[in-house]
Design a binder for this molecule. Structure first.
Ligand code: NOJ
Length: 572
């Protein structure tokens, strides 16, 4: 076999090119060359600046009590798995009491645990055990709306128009002769009008309340100081219990234009189509004052507590405003998840994010998948091609400066389940779209842990969404210790990212380098790591001076980087 790479590399090219498998040595992930380890003199950086955070969608991660729904006991049992995977932190989606109109993003009580998921003691134990395992814990906070079963909203419904109870939400009289029309033309993100009319205590048709999401998710009124104070208190409740940070749901939506203007048929409801920066409810200036207040709450605690914004805004410069020094620590980079499999598109998204973030002294938070997005194996073409690209994208993402968020199951190469039967769908999008959009359940199918057994080891019984029959082959058990598996690739890449001074906390300088074709992205980190990603259709030669540290798949027999593949090289 002719090869341009030394046999000491973590991945030795084979002379057989296969679609998915690659000849990774699983042991290399834990046996990193001591010369690669960052020197003790490296300046301390807060843990979150370059952390790799693993998102647990609690309903679908692991089921500890066999009821078919994931829970805190399931997460606790799998903490060793997460530690061994090599992530720094775990973000857990909402675990609060909820009628589950939107998978827990309809919170009925922000200071308790949904019985399906466990109890407060389980959360305390989880936080302690995660810390003991060296993992930070980030919890979801949902400040734009509560559940309609929240005590405040029930009190609002039981109270009269104009009462302090109603003033915590956005109640308004309707338009039309008898108030029969909604106050504005705003549409719910999940479809249909964003207002619902209530029936007053005397049985008469009454005011309308705003719900940017499902009707079961009434929006808070953030101009009310009581709402501001309540959320400061909720943050402190969880900070006191030891959480390391918060993921802020709909961070860009809290403030509404008090004039409640119509949007008009000519303008889309989505921000992308909005001409100015004064959309009536997305990304308004007022949200920043809220996060300045939250920052003060977080800064009062020791231990580098942080918050990450889920903010779907129009441009990287608008996103950078959320991570100014006195605001939030991080914001997800969603431009990255919207990027097609194309070199110029990825380069553009990376450049755009990094240039504006540098201006505010913040780092990018790269993300390829989450519980609201079609899994990236499927976005990138599905099948073996989608998986090859997904693995390459992971090598690209985890070599970039800043932090990264992984979505549960991407380390197994899970794909979107696009053929879920209609009668199992639970996403409110399915209902609210009049059964025209299937929604997000396809990326929320419970994880396979074992090759066989009920629900492939997800729990002792079934699973709340059915798993595809071939998921046993993608299970943790099937991939654990299997050379070339996606799980072993993630373990290796995460171990290298920790160990290499140029990457992760080492924070080496980033610079693009010329590549062999416009379809290839090449960049250098620090003094000695070069990353090459081939988005094109034909194999390309790798730089002559480079030892392969890890490759997303097999190189060709000639030692070239095939289509849809990426490699990390050490150049000296
Ligand atoms: C964003 C969450 O990620 C999504 O799952 C939820 O439906 C909406 N916010 C509303 O809370």
């Amino acid at each position: 076999m002719t090869t341009t790479t030394p046999q000491t590399s973590a991945y030795a090219p084979t002379d057989v090119e296969s679609d998915v498998e690659c000849d990774l040595d699983a042991d290399v992930g834990v046996d990193v060359d001591p010369q690669l380890v960052a020197p003790d003199s490296a300046p301390p950086r807060p843990w979150w600046r370059d952390a790799v955070v693993y998102q647990v969608y609690i309903r679908s991660f692991a089921d500890g009590d066999g009821d078919g729904i994931g829970d805190l006991a399931g997460i606790r049992a799998r903490l060793p798995y997460l530690r061994d995977l090599g992530v720094d932190a775990v973000w857990i989606t909402p675990f609060y009491p909820s009628p589950m109109a939107d998978g827990g993003y309809d919170v009925a009580d922000y200071r308790a645990i949904e019985p399906l998921f466990g109890a407060l003691e389980d959360a305390d134990a989880l936080i302690a055990e995660a810390h003991a395992a060296g993992l930070r814990v980030v919890v979801d906070v949902v400040p734009n709306h509560s559940s309609d079963q929240h005590a405040w909203f029930r009190a609002a419904l039981a109270s009269a128009p104009g009462s302090p109870e109603r003033a915590r939400y956005i109640f308004r009289p309707g338009r039309g002769a008898t108030g029969e029309l909604p106050p504005t033309d705003w549409k719910s993100v999940f479809g249909g009008p964003a207002w619902r009319r209530v029936t007053e205590a005397d049985g008469s048709p009454g005011e309308w309340y705003l719900h940017l999401f499902a009707p079961e998710q009434p929006d808070f009124d953030w101009t009310n100081p009581e709402v501001v104070a309540e959320f400061h208190d909720i943050l402190r409740f969880w900070l006191d219990r030891g959480v390391d940070g918060f993921r802020i749901d709909v961070a860009h939506g809290l403030v509404k234009d008090p004039a409640l203007p119509d949007i008009g048929a000519e303008q889309e409801q989505v921000l992308d189509a909005w001409a100015g920066t004064d959309h009536p409810f997305w990304d308004r200036e007022g949200v920043h004052e809220i996060y300045r207040g939250w920052r003060k709450v977080l800064d009062a605690y020791a231990g580098d507590r942080m918050a990450v914004a889920e903010a779907w805004v129009k441009s990287p410069d608008r996103l950078a405003r959320y991570v100014r020094p006195d605001e939030l620590h991080q914001a997800f980079n969603f431009d990255f998840v919207e990027t097609d499999w194309e070199a110029s598109a990825f380069r553009g998204a990376i450049d755009a994010a990094m240039s504006v973030l540098a201006g505010v002294g913040a780092d990018a938070q790269w993300v390829l998948s989450n519980h609201d997005i079609v899994r990236h194996v499927t976005r990138f073409g599905g099948g073996s091609k989608g998986l090859r690209r997904a693995r390459a994208a992971t090598l690209l993402m985890l070599a970039l400066p800043g932090g990264a968020y992984l979505y549960q199951g991407e380390e197994l190469g899970l794909y979107e389940v696009e053929d879920l039967p209609e009668d199992v769908l639970q996403d409110p999008v399915w209902l609210r779209s009049g059964h025209t959009e299937k929604g997000r359940d396809g990326c929320r199918v419970p994880l396979p842990w074992t090759r066989g057994g009920p629900s492939f080891g997800f729990g002792g019984g079934g699973s709340w969404l059915p798993q595809p029959g071939d998921w046993g082959g993608l299970s943790v058990q099937a991939q654990d210790g299997t050379p070339g598996s996606t799980l072993e690739l993630y373990r290796l890449v995460l171990a290298l990212r920790r160990a290499l001074p140029a990457l992760g906390a080492g924070n080496g300088a980033f610079a693009w380098e010329p590549g062999p074709s416009p379809d290839v992205l090449t960049f250098r980190r620090g003094a000695d790591v070069v990353v090459v990603v081939n988005f094109g259709a034909v194999p390309v030669a790798l730089p002559a001076a480079g030892e392969v540290l890890v490759a997303s798949g097999p190189l060709t027999a000639a030692g070239e980087l095939p289509a849809d593949a990426a490699v990390w090289l050490r150049t000296n």
